[in-house]
Design a protein around this ligand. Structure first.
Ligand code: AHG
Ligand code: MN
Ligand code: MN
Length: 278
């Protein structure tokens, strides 16, 4: 089954990618299609995953945050990858990850077309969080093997942590007011890599957001490679996602590298966010 084969490639490659970060922490003299300076490890992880995923019979398309165009013969499922999420954390040796989603339809496609999605977290332990077949499973990865450690995972009902990206003065007033409320209720957990910050929300309950900014109303994160895959995981785990007014999975992208404001986590907190921005 192609989805299983895609997940196997990503899980088996994780230990190698983690090891391959050593010595690849510098920036290269190139930018990704979003106009951000690439780190050696971004390019290397992207090439490694593109080659292995496109070699799978059932994969027709490979799209990556690091590549301007979608690759492949178009015959089969479409895979969207953020090969290294939070690669700016390489310099400071903090957590980062690999984000992926398997879409039934050619890209760009809405998140409702996602068949499976998840993320690898390069933390003290390398883990894979996978949403597939209507449930979320966390695996510990070691030596190319994956061991399920949490199955049927759901977001904790009581929110504990929050993490909001961007700069406070750059937040629109409505978001700033909402953030002030949340700050008085929860604990701040922001590490600068979406995958690490989202895993805090999955583990402890709460909300992660990279909101629309006054300077950048479309936000920073990419819908196909970051917003929709994470929304699929969070919504499968019983939480909610929003671009500020609706589920990220309902957004119909016009382009592969389209950005979106991202808010994911406990349903009540996301409902309150949408009411605050309304
Ligand atoms: P990437 O390294 O794939 O470009 O992702 C970085 C993203 C995301 O991981 C994180 O939430 C956000 O950038 C952090 O942005 P700031 O540095 O503005 O906090
Ligand atoms: Mn990213
Ligand atoms: Mn990235």
């Amino acid at each position: 089954m192609t989805v299983d084969a895609v997940v196997d490639v990503i899980a088996r490659s994780a230990t190698e990618i983690r090891q391959g970060l050593v010595g690849r922490r510098g920036t290269v003299d190139a930018e990704n299609p979003s106009g951000e300076r690439q780190v050696e490890a971004d390019v290397w992880a992207d090439e490694l995953l593109a080659e292995r995923l496109l070699a799978l019979g059932g994969v027709g398309e490979y799209a990556s945050e690091e590549r301007p165009t979608v690759e492949g013969d178009g015959d089969g499922l479409s895979v969207a990858v953020d090969p290294l999420d939070g690669s700016s954390n390489l310099e400071s040796n903090n957590a980062m990850g690999t984000v992926f989603a398997v879409y039934d339809d050619p890209l760009p496609a809405p998140g409702t077309a996602i068949r499976a999605a998840g993320y690898v977290l390069y933390g003290p332990i390398t883990t894979l969080m996978l949403a597939y077949g209507g449930s979320v499973t966390e695996y510990e990865l070691s030596g190319g093997e994956r061991t399920p450690v949490r199955e049927g995972l759901t977001l904790p009902a009581k929110p504990v942590v929050y993490g909001f990206g961007g700069r406070v003065p750059d937040w629109p007033e409505e978001f700033r007011a909402y953030a002030r409320e949340v700050e008085s209720e929860l604990k701040l957990r922001y590490g600068g890599a979406m995958v690490g910050d989202v895993n805090q929300v999955v583990s402890y309950g709460g909300i992660f957001a990279y909101p629309a900014l006054d300077s950048r109303p479309e936000g920073k994160l990419r819908l196909l490679f970051e917003g929709a895959p994470i929304a699929h995981v969070i919504e499968t785990a019983g939480g909610r996602s929003s671009d500020g007014s609706r589920s990220l999975l309902a957004v119909e992208p016009d382009s592969v590298h389209e950005r979106t404001p991202v808010h994911v986590g406990n349903a009540t907190l996301v409902d309150r966010l949408e009411a605050a921005l309304d």
